[in-house]
Design a binder for this molecule. Structure first.
Ligand SMILES: Cc1ncc(COP(=O)(O)O)c(C=O)c1O
Ligand SMILES: NCC(=O)CCC(=O)O
Length: 430
């Protein structure tokens, strides 16, 4: 593979953009090497500026659940841009979007559109604080909820990758209001609530953690948090930026049958355009301005082009059997990874939840942050590069979930596994 053009672009980028990237996880810092620059994307493939093609399991970090450049989404965007790009006044597609989200996720009785997952989570927490009159929030070690100040405490994703789980620049007075506990630990949650339950405005959780690899909830864990929150008057916020519309049409709350008070969504509902949303109980959402006093706003929120893209995508994923097919793809892929690793003598276990998956270089089952961070990241990094060299793009960090889309067909999965058989031998060779 040639990489000259990407290298030249990265050199130019590094001179002017911090780290050469507009979001840290793109920089390959933890796996080493340099990122490729994308010229175009189509279906399950990314094509870089040097003419290399990659089967893509990042999917723009989530939104590309129907594959890149889907003709249905593209047509909706093309039609929308013919009518202008932004109005600063309400448009019909915003209403259709609200109707669609509230129908697919019934716990969201009302919804507000924003422009990113970060905006969604920080707005939801402001609402929780405003509604409860309490200040403390509880999050889980290794969960990432965007880069709002309150969340940059023992966070996952790029924070975990770069080994800076708590960011400088967050006022101590604010980070002290964020309490972090261990995901999937029933007793720790109970003990915390017994101790300070009356101070807690909200518990925010990735119901399936996707920012510390891929960690499914233990049986009954989300229900346990639901009970604790209800008992102590705290709100339960599911951050479904990653799991929403992915682990089931109705998200993790549908898959696990647990109803949060508020839910945050992100990129996936924009079909690739910058979008987020938060929604929940009507009595809570009616406290948001201008219906109520808690302020939250956005010049570009409900953007007509983004709404068109998102509605087209949400239409496609409602096809009967859509999520079952994705889950089947993820299963074939992960079974294949495990078998290829076994044949090469490399310890590997996988987690899959619907269209999300995680690879763990260990022979133990992993469903905790401690378990995820105890895996062999050196082995992952070698595997990542061996796969990239063979035209397969996995997230460039051992701590990010992978995604399959409806564009990943059986041939692409087999091509991926063929690459993996070689790549595990590279890992085994050390
Ligand atoms: C679970 C979760 N919440 C929030 C975010 C933040 O979203 P954004 O990057 O769109 O701000 C992300 C990922 O980025 C995420 O994975
Ligand atoms: N799992 C991490 C993300 O989805 C975030 C992507 C980014 O920050 O660029």
């Amino acid at each position: 593979m040639k990489h000259e053009k990407s290298r030249a672009l990265f050199a130019r980028a590094q001179a002017l953009i911090p780290g050469g990237v507009n979001s840290p996880v793109r920089a390959f810092r933890s796996v080493g090497g340099e990122p490729f620059f994308v010229e175009r994307a189509d279906g399950a493939f990314l094509y870089d500026v040097d003419g290399n093609r990659y089967i893509d399991y990042v999917g723009s970090w989530g939104p590309m659940i129907v594959g890149h450049n889907h003709p249905g989404v593209r047509a909706a965007v093309a039609e929308a841009i013919g009518s202008g790009l932004s109005y600063g006044a309400p448009c019909p597609a915003e209403v259709t979007m609200a109707e669609t989200i509230t129908r697919l996720v019934p716990s969201c009785e009302m919804v507000r559109m924003v422009n990113s997952g970060t905006e969604a989570t920080l707005s939801a927490v402001r609402l929780a604080r405003g509604a409860t009159g309490r200040q403390r929030i509880v999050k889980f070690e290794g969960c990432y909820h965007g880069h709002g100040d309150s969340f940059l405490v023992k966070a996952g994703s790029g924070m975990l990758t770069l080994g800076v789980p708590t960011s400088p620049g967050v006022p101590a007075g604010l980070s002290e209001l964020t309490t972090t506990i261990s995901y999937n630990d029933f007793e720790e949650a109970t003990a915390l609530f017994d101790d300070i339950g009356g101070e807690i405005a909200a518990v925010i959780i990735e119901p399936v953690v996707g920012n510390a690899n891929c960690l499914p909830p233990r049986e009954g864990y989300l229900g346990h948090l639901r009970e604790l929150c209800t008992k102590h008057g705290a709100l339960l916020i599911f951050d479904e930026v990653m799991t929403g519309f992915r682990v089931a049409l109705g998200g993790a709350q549908a898959r696990y049958g647990v109803t949060p008070d508020l839910t945050t969504f992100g990129k996936i509902i924009g079909g690739g355009m910058p979008v987020g949303a938060y929604g929940g109980r009507r009595d809570l959402m009616e406290r948001i301005a201008p219906a109520g006093p808690i302020y939250q706003a956005g010049t570009l929120s409900g953007n007509p082009v983004a709404m068109a893209a998102g509605l087209a995508m949400l239409g496609l994923i409602q096809e009967p059997g859509f999520h079952d097919r994705l889950e089947a793809t993820a299963n074939v892929l992960c079974d294949g990874f495990e078998q290829a690793a076994r044949e090469a003598g490399v310890p590997l276990t996988t987690n899959r939840v619907g269209a999300m998956f995680g690879l763990f270089f260990t022979d133990r089952k992993v469903d905790t942050y401690a378990g995820a961070t105890a895996c062999d990241t050196g082995a992952f990094n070698r595997f990542f590069h061996a796969m990239l060299d063979r035209g397969v793009f996995l997230a460039p960090s051992a701590y990010e979930a992978g995604f399959v889309s409806s564009a990943h067909d059986a041939d692409m999965v087999e091509a991926t596994l063929s690459a993996a058989r070689d790549a595990f031998r590279v890992v085994a060779a050390g």
